[in-house]
Design a protein around this ligand. Structure first.
Ligand code: 5RP
Length: 215
């Protein structure tokens, strides 16, 4: 029986001239993945808490906020207040991952950690018991529309072995062609920007990526 995966459209690939309508188009998804970029940790800027607040009233999806920030701690409360349900920070810029996890939980959000393609999975192991989700990046963070790197999917397998109940998300280059690789690795949550928002029928794309049987 095929595993049913959760689907998280990445807002980065949406039409920014009409974000409200874009969110309506993906109402059948499970999460809305929202990339917050600071132009320092990644070489790009994206959006801030105002966008999340504006969309919060329009969508009941779980808001999965991916902080690509060099200094995430001061922004945890800000994004929770704006409407984030899950807040993830990057392992590579966390001086004290335990303190960040505690701050996220204290805010009332669920905590996640994201890792760049070259970051060893071993760095995450001490924190797995405290986390709701781990995001394994399958592209270098910063831009949508890149090709999935298969190497990091090995991390998904290790994470699922270590902590079967943890949600493991992959982010970058997920589409119909790379779906089988993700499923075989044991992925729980698929982030897909280009594949969903640039599709003529996003609902069809979401249903295809999700698979058919029960989770
Ligand atoms: O984190 C990201 C970029 O840093 C995006 O969420 C990710 O790349 C998804 O976009 P696409 O499906 O177009 O690859």
């Amino acid at each position: 029986m095929m595993k049913r995966m959760y689907v998280a459209p990445s807002l980065l690939a949406a039409d920014f001239s009409n974000l409200g309508r874009e969110v309506d188009r993906i109402a059948q998804a499970d999460f809305l993945h929202i990339d917050i970029m600071d132009g320092r940790f990644v070489p790009n800027l994206s959006m801030g808490p105002q966008v999340i607040s504006a969309l919060r009233g329009r969508s009941e999806l779980l808001f999965d906020v991916h902080l690509m920030l060099e200094h995430p701690l001061p922004y945890v409360e800000v994004f929770r207040h704006a409407g984030a349900d899950v807040i993830s920070f990057h392992m590579e810029c966390a001086d004290d991952p335990g303190a960040l996890i505690a701050a996220i939980k204290q805010s009332g959000a669920k905590a996640g950690i994201a890792v760049k393609p070259a970051t060893p999975v071993e760095r995450l192991l001490p924190y797995l018991g405290e986390l709701y989700m781990v995001t394994v990046m399958t592209v270098e963070p910063g831009f949508g529309g890149q090709k999935l790197m298969p190497g990091p999917l090995e991390k998904v397998k290790k994470l699922k072995e270590q902590s079967p109940g943890l949600l493991v998300e992959v982010d970058g280059g997920v589409n119909r062609e790379t779906l089988a690789l993700c499923r075989d690795a044991g992925v729980d949550v698929l982030v897909a920007g280009t594949a969903i928002f640039r599709a003529e029928n996003p609902s069809e794309e979401i249903a295809f990526l999700r698979g058919s049987s029960s989770f």
